[in-house]
Design a binder for this molecule. Structure first.
Ligand SMILES: C[S@@+](CC[C@H](N)C(=O)[O-])C[C@H]1O[C@@H](n2cnc3c(N)ncnc32)[C@H](O)[C@@H]1O
Length: 204
């Protein structure tokens, strides 16, 4: 079994509500989502729900020295695992629902990319909406938000999530499914945070 799969499966059996998948994201999907991260300049990247770090290596490989890469993870066992296996990763132990506070406490200002594999469709709608508002609110005008959504997610909840993303971003794009993932999944990539455009208009 690849490194991290045992830890992941054990947590998925104990806390299926937090996980939304029985196995870490596979390499093909990890590469696809990492490609969303800017590969020029020194961006600030935030990963929501880092788990056993299945996306973290691919994101790390793309970033040049001087970039800032912060992962938010709610599960203490995963936090310990990440500290042990990826000492280069800045891990904030906390709930993505408290993102604004967590980032402020860590001295993170405007974020350039948010990469998420949170189980959005398992969340109560009000929480889903407020967490997405908080995530979008951290982004600068050219910021990007990308999330993995499995094809096993309940369609009504995916539709609600997509509406929610469209309310917060001017461009929302779904990629083709990656069938070689367990479970198969696709990305939603969102650009043009509406709040940032509003802020810029108000300032001009
Ligand atoms: C589907 S797993 C993905 C893990 C890893 N990124 C991957 O791609 O394999 C979801 C991760 O989100 C974490 N998580 C769930 N809800 C969270 C929350 N509210 N705040 C922070 N992390 C959360 C879980 O503990 C788990 O690590």
């Amino acid at each position: 079994m690849p490194l991290g799969h045992g830890t992941f499966l054990r947590r998925a059996l104990r806390r299926p509500d937090l996980m939304g998948a029985p196995a870490p994201t596979g390499a093909a999907l990890a590469a696809e989502i990492a490609a969303v991260v800017p590969d020029v300049g020194t961006p600030t990247v935030v990963e929501l729900g880092a788990g056993t770090g299945a996306l973290s290596d691919a994101i790390h490989a793309r970033l040049v020295p001087g970039s800032r890469y912060v992962a938010v993870e709610v599960d203490a066992e995963f936090v310990a695992y990440l500290h042990r296996t990826r000492p280069w990763l800045e891990v904030l132990h906390g709930d993505a629902a408290d993102l604004t506070t967590l980032l402020a406490e860590a001295g993170v200002g405007t974020v350039d990319a948010i990469i998420s594999s949170l189980p959005w469709t398992l969340l109560p709608p009000a929480q889903r909406h407020s967490m997405l508002t908080a995530a979008a609110g951290t982004l600068g005008r050219d910021g990007v938000f990308a999330t993995i959504i499995t094809l096993t997610a309940i369609p009504d909840r995916v539709r609600d999530l997509v509406r929610c993303m469209e309310d917060r971003f001017t461009h929302v794009e779904a990629t083709a499914p990656v069938w070689r993932n367990l479970p198969p999944a696709r990305l939603y990539v969102c650009r043009g945070p509406r709040h940032a455009a509003l802020r810029a208009d108000e300032a001009s």
